[in-house]
Design a protein around this ligand. Sequence first.
Ligand code: HDE
Length: 700
Amino acid sequence: MADHQPGGIATSHKDAAGNAGELHQNAAEGSPPAAYLTDNFGHRIADNQNSLKAGARGPTLLEDFILREKIFHFDHERIPERIVHARGSGAHGVFEVTKAIPELTKAGLFQKKGTTCPVFVRFSTVAGGAGSVDTPRDVRGFAVKLYTDQGNWDLVGNNIPVFFIQDAIKFPDLVHSVKMEADRGYPQAASAHDTFWDFIGLMPESLHMIMWAMSDRAIPRTLRMMEGFGVHTFRFVNAAGEGKFVKFHWKPVLGMESLIWDEAVKIAGADPDFHRRDLFESIDAGSFPAWDLGVQVFDEDFAAAQPYDVLDATKLIPEEDVPVQIIGRMTLNRNVDNFFAETEQVAFLPTNVIPGIDFSNDPLLQGRLFSYLDTQKSRLGTTNFHQIPINAPKCPFHNMQRDGLMQTLVPTGRANYEPNSLDEAGEPNGPRACPATGFSSFEANAERNDPTEKVRVRAELFADHYSQARLFFRSQTDSEQAHIASALVFELSKVSLEHVRTRVLSRLRNVDETLARRVADGLAMPLPEAAPAAREPVEMKPSDALSIQKNAKATFEGRKLGILFAEGSDKATIDKLKADVEAAGGSVFLVAPKVGGLQVKGGTLKADGKLDGSPSVMFDAVASVLMPAEAEKLSKQGAAVQWFMDAYGHCKTIAHCNGTKVILEKAGIEPDEGVLPNEQLMKVGPARHFAREPKIRDLA
Ligand code: HDE
């Protein structure tokens, strides 16, 4: 009898054609394989199950080049993960210009409405490792590579328009403080710990970003429902050589939506890949996520008149002051074929700009211009990383650079230097610089700041650390303000160094007195003296554009309804709910106590997921269609009661039949405008009912 253990089969037979015995032969029967298995040099492999041994029970032979190559490759299959933004999800798509702006930029892409180019986007969390979860409280990376006719343009942004620090020299400190603590190696993917808050308390310039990071922006519902920002001030330069400042925005067509903290925590356990899966499945289903590209354009005079410095990445420009004009749309319409080759190996470089788009002197941006090229060499091991298909431009590229590790191109001829006069002998002389169409830096940047002295200082207005933190906080709804206060209480309660908590509280007093008091109360700590501010904050007019709730869209488009059913449920009701939601552009996920197929009124129905493996946190709204007897049974099961309790606690719409009431009562659900009969679901949609919140949570 043959042995099925991996690593050995004493009685392996070869048939007349030399194939291995039936037990260990893949694709031995039936139609021929799509391709024959070979090693990396094209040699066909006859047996992929057994290594070569000196006798059936003897040692494995060094001669087995097939085994050696396979394991050698495997041993080297990992590359260093990104120091930040290690966990990411990517997709391909297309960008289309919807408004030509030749008066603003000479970039070829923006000369004509309707011009398109391929894009690749990678979304990421920042602090966690590649294998961490999708829903921690964290900033999300929003990195877009546009493959234009004039070369790649990488807009390497985040889902928050400002940053923690003003100067690149502080970046390693910031990142060290937020990552796992150096001695103990935890916590993973979390900012709620001593070292992060120690750093924050000592760096008051971070307070504006902290308001955003503690807000619902840092727990997006899906990657498809968050904004993206270029963060820094960039330059547009037109054909006449005139420059304007520009800030880039990506606005999600589906609107913005966030999780509730308790929901984020539960999703991290229920589905650590929640965002990655959602992105992949949406694209797979043809529900393509899309964002409008917007720009805020302004000049030096506007910049000079503001109470903040536009070169300071801890400041934003309120949309009410400089409206965002929409100039294009990006649609993600194709999943990656291979996660490693594309999402992992993609290398973004803020230095990838095209003529007509230039940098500003933002000291954070300036540091990034150096850092990314450097990091790609360290991650991908070679200066030739630009040849990897996901990184290579889709337009031709020619230069005199040669050689290097992993050169995969075969440059021909002798012209690897310039100038040369090889053409006089009839030989190719290689490419030449093109002053008229090539990239040339915007001159004013250099002129205005031509350094007469070398200084290590920050510009004057960089010293205002609080005005915009206050602006952000005061632009939020009551419920959003409560979420920020609760997030601060949660994070600081994980800080064990008391002086660190106290220092953060002393800074919060400069942001907003009520906020500081709520956080101090939530921690049961006395309110310390306000920290002296380096510069007195100024009052700015609250901006509705900064609130998610004020801009939410109650639509089923791109959203998912979870429907709970059981034995005997009415299929017609389920079908109707499904048809309505699908007609509105949404999808439905059927949940039942068993998945294999249940007898329902009107036929048999298979569930997409089992109740205890499909918690309601996975859905944007829930509905239930249950016979009273089944509802009675389910009301005794924790998973069912929790299903509704969570949906209620997460302020979701709960549509239900009469039978379900017994579970709703058990779950302590009180009727409100979001708890309604199934027939009324479409009237309310998947909106979140934040008015419910004070009843169910002790808001800090
Ligand atoms: Fe990054 N950042 N960063 N960053 N960053 C990286 O580059 C860095 C900053 C951002 O999906 C690294 O390829 C410095 C701001 C995104 O592959 C590294 C500074 C913003 C991604 C690096 C910043 C970002 C990165 C790590 C301060 C928003 C992921 C791996 C001067 C505008 C890109 C890599 C992807 C990745 C350095 C600050 C966005 C080490 C030195 C501000 C979206 O080069």
